[in-house]
Design a protein around this ligand. Structure first.
Ligand code: IVH
Length: 702
């Protein structure tokens, strides 16, 4: 889809857009759109981001700003239009161009051999080829593109009529809002696929829900299909859905155009779409001539199903040749030219023996079912989270029940349901505690929350959990301290709260006395603790464990201030002006900074030398000898990579410009410098440097 040259050009363009405020309407808007689409593709389709988050956000804001300034230049396929505002009332029903059928299932080699035999009964199938691809476990979707622009996204519904969820589909970043279909000769196309959710995104989302006291979503499939139909597009966007497109179900050609050759085979058409930027399983597809090879591949694939980023519940085997597919046709339920091979289920039954209650960092009480150990998908499961009281009540679980447990891949195990028909009357109701199992404080529950909470912020488990969160690799990253050590030190009173981590230096003798800690491990801990003092502010904010403040919000907050203490003066209203900070988060943040004990903690951290400042706020980038100076590099540099040279200038406070103008101070010229050098000479105000002179200049001030 993007050639190496395209990629280089777009990267350079991104950098130049980042380094100067272009205002010239159409051209800049087009450039920004192109660059953002490319960055989205790298991020979402290739999983290999090309821009830092902040850079991406900056470009995005620039585009939004220009579109606000020139509303006439805003188009429906602009990346900014993925972000819908407001809520939709309901989804209109629409009919599918071609019915959305299901697939026939096979479960073993014999079923597949049978299916192969049936296929070969059709004439002209001597050289039949089978294309094999993953069967994604999500929600099916139909996308219609007209003149290269996405005009409709619909759910499967009953197969004939679905719901028009275009507004939500547009939030999904892997789905191109426009593509070069027309150029390729196709006027209108209906493309089908599966809306899926990355296992990691799903788990993180459920963790967050649990922390917020909400019931978890049962599995990635439910999460994807539920999300597609929620009425709040902003929420849809937040949930980070992805897509895999696996079928062109219908298309018309641009007048006078011939059918693209690629559309003769299934493999060709998905590759063709992929090359145009569509997320298809192009890299996962395999073509075979013999069913025995298909069977072998199915076995191999099943063995590595857990390694895939998405939940996959089988493989789909499709006749590769489209003319052959048309000849074979379909039943009212499924096409004859395709079949699903389903992997073995990963469910098992066990007995629910008792329920234990765990206290989390924010005081939320989580019920955990203790079941008779049972192997599921290669792991022995004996503890299953029940998440909160509502889940227990909704499922009507009782002690002594036989329960159906599912563990899908890396997803944490959960109880699907009790097998009520197996009850014998001895089962007992589950009684939720009224007091914290750790500190015995009375538990509280807010009307809008599902979780009971221990509101004693000095509850020992919460204190320990807060420290564990603080040292986490995504927070202050004090790896050598770690969860197990924190627990140990906390039990012995060596650690008491977050600031006490920095007082450990006076307690090493006590640590040694515990046994098992040598000089090396103590030095490592000491170093890691020391290093954490210089962590950027966003990590500290995340590490403080403010409710509802995840890593992204922590970055937003950090970027908004020059010192953590600035938040002492921020009220809910001011906090709510920040991007992605809603009333819930704003209230939680304001509460946190209003509390005396938290302010005392921040004072202690500051006194210990922990960085509470944001050095990168606004334009005040790195200050140095080159502050206020502008640079532009042209031609081929011989010693430095251009990006490194730019970074060197920026590290000293310099700014990189994208073009020669009166604002430019230095033009650094490499080999074959062209028009930029000419222009700079003509201007007469630009100092022209060789690469070596530039290096000397940077090194002059160390
Ligand atoms: S082909 C007429 N390919 O599985 C073509 N379906 O159990 C029918 N699915 O409704 C679909 N991955 O939602 C096809 N690679 C894949 C698939 C796939 C997942 C879903 C699809 C379908 C369901 C049938």
């Amino acid at each position: 889809m993007y050639t190496k040259d395209d990629e280089r050009r777009l990267y350079e363009l991104a950098k130049s857009l980042l380094n100067s405020a272009h205002e010239n309407g159409q051209e800049t808007i087009d450039q920004l759109k192109e660059v953002i689409n490319y960055a989205d593709w790298r991020y979402y389709v290739q999983s290999d981001p090309v821009l830092a988050d902040q850079e991406y956000d900056k470009l995005f804001k620039q585009l939004r700003h220009l579109e606000d300034k020139f509303p006439g230049l805003k188009t429906v396929d602009s990346p900014t239009q993925r972000v819908a505002s407001g809520l939709s009332e309901r989804f209109p029903t629409v009919s599918h161009l071609v019915p959305m059928l299901s697939l026939d299932n096979t479960y073993n080699a014999e079923d597949l051999t049978d299916w192969d035999r049936k296929c070969r009964e059709f004439p002209g199938t001597e050289n039949i080829e089978y294309c094999v691809e993953p069967k994604y476990d999500g929600a099916s979707v139909s996308l219609i593109y007209e003149n290269g622009v996405l005009v409709r996204g619909a759910t499967r519904g009953d197969g004939v009529m679905g719901e028009d969820v275009t507004i939500n589909v547009r939030q999904i970043r892997t789905i191109p809002l426009s593509a070069n279909l027309t150029k390729a000769g196709v006027q209108q196309a209906e493309i089908r696929g599966e809306i899926v959710i990355h296992k990691e995104v799903f788990e993180a989302y459920n963790k967050q829900r649990a922390a917020d006291g909400l019931a978890p979503l049962a599995n990635p499939r439910n999460a994807a299909s539920g999300t597609l139909r929620i009425l709040d597009p902003a929420e849809v966007r937040k949930r980070g859905l992805s897509t895999v497109l696996y079928h062109i179900s219908d298309y018309t050609l641009v007048d006078g155009n011939e059918k693209p050759h690629a559309l003769d085979t299934h493999y060709g058409s998905l590759k063709w779409l992929y090359d145009m930027g569509f997320p298809t399983p192009a890299k996962e597809m395999k073509v075979f001539r013999h069913i025995d090879d298909v069977i072998k591949y199915c076995d191999e694939f099943e063995a590595r199903r857990d390694d895939l980023p998405f939940e996959v519940d089988g493989l789909v085997i499709k006749v590769n040749n489209i003319a052959m597919q048309e000849q074979m046709g379909m039943t009212s339920h499924h096409p004859r030219w395709a079949v699903a091979y389903k992997f073995k289920a990963r469910q098992a039954t066990s007995k629910l023996r008792r329920v234990e209650y765990q206290v989390g960092r924010t005081g939320a009480i989580t019920p955990v079912a203790k079941i008779d150990p049972v192997p599921i998908g290669g792991v022995t499961v004996s503890s299953v989270s029940l998440f909160n009281e509502d889940v227990v009540r909704e499922k009507d679980l009782r002690i002594g029940d036989t329960v159906l447990v599912e563990r899908a891949g890396d997803v944490i195990p959960y109880i699907v349901k009790p097998l009520a028909e197996l009850r014998d009357g001895t089962e007992e109701e589950i009684n939720f505690p009224k007091e914290c199992p750790v500190c015995n404080s009375a538990l509280e529950k807010q009307p809008e929350e599902a979780a009971w909470r221990c509101i004693n912020i000095n509850c020992p488990v919460q204190v320990a959990e807060r420290m564990i969160h603080y040292v986490h690799k995504d927070a202050m990253d004090i790896r050598n301290l770690g969860e197990a050590n924190i627990q140990k030190f906390f039990e012995k009173g060596i650690l008491t709260d977050i600031p006490s981590i920095y007082e450990l230096k006076t307690r090493w003798d006590d640590v040694r006395a515990l046994g098992g800690f040598g000089d090396k491990s103590i030095t490592n801990m000491e170093q890691a603790i020391e290093q954490s003092k210089g962590q950027p502010l966003n990590r500290l904010i995340f590490g403080l464990g403010i409710r509802f403040v995840g890593e992204t919000t922590a970055k937003t907050l950090a970027n908004a201030v020059t010192s953590l203490k600035d938040f002492y003066d921020w009220d809910i209203e001011k906090l709510s002006t920040l991007e992605d900070v809603g009333p819930k988060v704003a209230t939680s943040v304001a509460d946190f900074f209003a509390r005396t004990e938290n302010r005392q903690m921040i004072d202690k951290l500051e006194a210990e030398g922990v960085n509470i400042l944001n050095h990168h706020k606004g334009q005040a980038a790195a200050a140095g000898a080159l502050t206020g100076k502008t640079f532009l590099f042209t031609g081929t540099l011989s010693q430095l990579k251009r990006s490194d040279a730019e970074a060197m200038a920026e590290a000293k406070g310099g700014t990189i410009l994208s073009g020669v103008s009166a604002k430019l101070n230095y033009l650094v010229v490499g080999e074959d410098a062209g028009s930029k050098l000419e222009k700079a000479k003509k201007l007469g105000t630009v100092s022209i440097l060789t690469e070596q002179e530039f290096i000397d200049m940077v090194n002059a001030d160390v």
